[in-house]
Ligand binder design. Structure first.
Ligand SMILES: [Cu+2]
Length: 68
């Protein structure tokens, strides 16, 4: 499955790298692409839990606008 996450507060490449590694550390996540310019992350994997995705991003210090 694929989840598209809109993220606020990423201001530089360090931010997007932080989001990427936070998402990659989650169970079931196979691939993560984060776009600083488009303020979004695309996550691919099995049994992705939206609450856990959101929690990982918030804990890394960023805001989640939406997940779909
Ligand atoms: Cu930054």
């Amino acid at each position: 499955m694929e989840k598209n996450i809109k993220i606020d507060n990423m201001t530089c490449e360090h931010c997007s790298a932080k989001v990427e590694s936070a998402l990659k550390s989650l169970e079931g996540v196979e691939d993560v692409k984060v776009s600083l310019f488009r303020k979004k992350a695309t996550v691919n994997g099995d049994h992705l839990d939206e609450n856990l995705l959101k929690e990982a991003i918030v804990n890394a210090g960023f805001d989640v606008i939406s997940i779909d």
